[in-house]
Design a protein around this ligand. Structure first.
Ligand SMILES: Nc1ncnc2c1ncn2[C@@H]1O[C@H](COP(=O)(O)OP(=O)(O)OP(=O)(O)O)[C@@H](O)[C@H]1O
Ligand SMILES: [Mg+2]
Length: 386
């Protein structure tokens, strides 16, 4: 079933090379979105060889600027339905500074090193001081409705997230990142192990969910799907604040305060999710987490559906919320540049087990496990082919 496959399995049918004989034009809409760096590199190489060997013309619409710069001979920048610039891969560095297109391509011209601004070695707090902890988590899924076969998605995974810190999880597709984030958020009951929010177990011994203050909240990859399409943002924020008052927690009562924290204007209060852009919607989701009383956010591919400029804005927002509000982050992603900018520590998952962990800079600059090396090198791989 589609809900049981990873992102690299939901990919274009007919990707085998032999099927491209006689295809003169191939139109691709975001062919690399949601893929891990290794699969993404394989798809880019495949597209390159299709273009070279079979003479197939490729037309690609994407916000993956690395894909465009690597593969495309000519690039058109579209903004609000109009082409605002044309360039080729070599011309990206010559774009007029300050223009929309130069801002769009700016991550390409930055130094591509894994340096994290907040990357001091993390302090080791006492167990009770962790906002989020998972110990010895095992998850086994049944495969198929009629068979009794099962597959292990997580094996003995433990993580600890201290207040005001940020931990990243990387791994190829199917490594178990989303499963781990669901378990940590209390949305999926593990088959073994336990999860603690601020020192309190999320599940009771009988497997029920404990009543906890909503201090750990989740931000999903698709902000539109995460919100109720028929509920105005203000109404939603008010309901979260009411629930918080009901639980006897002190807090700011005006939803506008929370919108201000995520740099959204007041008019958003009356808007429905469909009236917002992707970036505004993701900000609204973060405002919702803050209204619910979050001190830690679990972010599963939070930038996956956003363009490079909006991605940058959301990273800046997360950094400022960490600095000003002391928010802690647990980030599951393929995007090593997000991890490098946001996370102090990093764990690498492969087939549901932790294969490497340590401070982000150390793990990404001097990877020890072959998989980490592969992930890090696939990300730096951006030699233009065109
Ligand atoms: N509901 C489910 N039922 C059965 N198997 C599942 C289910 N959800 C996930 N899986 C399996 O568990 C494994 C881990 O999936 P998960 O979605 O956590 O990977 P991921 O690391 O987030 O991948 P991606 O990077 O592609 O998002 C995969 O093999 C997947 O097929
Ligand atoms: Mg996932």
């Amino acid at each position: 079933m589609p809900d049981t496959v990873m992102s690299n399995e939901i990919h274009p049918p007919g990707c085998g090379q032999s099927s491209w004989h006689g295809v003169t034009l191939l139109v691709l809409d975001e062919p690399t979105v949601g893929l891990d760096p290794i699969t993404r590199k394989a798809i880019i190489e495949l597209l390159y060889s299709i273009n070279q060997e079979f003479g197939t013309t490729l037309v690609i619409t994407t916000y993956d600027i690395w894909l465009a710069a690597t593969l495309c001979k000519r690039i058109a920048v579209l903004r609000e339905g109009r082409v605002v610039a044309h360039c080729n891969a070599g011309g990206i560095r010559k774009l007029r500074p300050g223009t929309y297109e130069a801002r769009l391509f700016s991550p390409l011209t930055r130094e591509r090193k894994y340096i994290n601004a907040a990357n001091e070695p993390s302090k080791k707090p006492r167990d009770a001081d962790y906002v989020l902890q998972a110990t010895g988590v095992n998850v086994v899924f049944r495969t198929g409705y009629w068979s009794h076969k099962s597959a292990s998605a997580l094996t003995n995974v433990s993580i600890s997230l201290a207040a005001d810190s940020a931990l990243g999880v990387i791994g190829p597709s199917g490594a178990g990142k989303s499963t781990l984030s669901m378990v940590c958020a209390g949305l999926l009951r593990p088959n073994g192990g336990q999860v603690f929010h601020n020192g309190t177990a999320v599940h009771t011994k009988r497997g029920r969910i404990n009543k906890l203050p909503h201090t750990v909240q989740m931000v999903f990859q698709n902000p539109f799907a995460a919100l109720n399409p028929r509920r105005a943002i203000g109404e939603w924020l008010r309901s979260l604040l009411r629930r918080r008052s009901h639980n006897g927690q002190a807090h700011a009562h005006d939803p506008k305060d929370y919108l201000e924290l995520v740099h959204l204007p007041q008019r958003i209060l009356k808007a429905l999710p469909c009236h917002l852009s992707g970036g505004e919607c993701q900000r609204a989701c973060i405002a919702g987490c803050l209204s619910a009383g979050a001190c830690a956010l679990i972010l599963d591919e939070p930038l996956g559906m956003l363009d490079p400029i909006t991605q940058d804005e959301i990273i800046e927002l997360l950094l400022s919320l960490r600095k000003d509000q002391g928010l802690a982050y647990f980030v599951c992603t393929h995007d090593l540049s997000l991890i490098a900018r946001l996370c102090d520590d990093l764990i690498v998952l492969a087939e549901g087990t932790v294969v490497e962990s340590g401070p982000t800079g150390r793990v990404l600059e001097h990877p020890e496990h072959p998989l980490t090396r592969q992930l890090a090198s696939a990300c730096l791989w951006n030699k233009p082919m065109a």
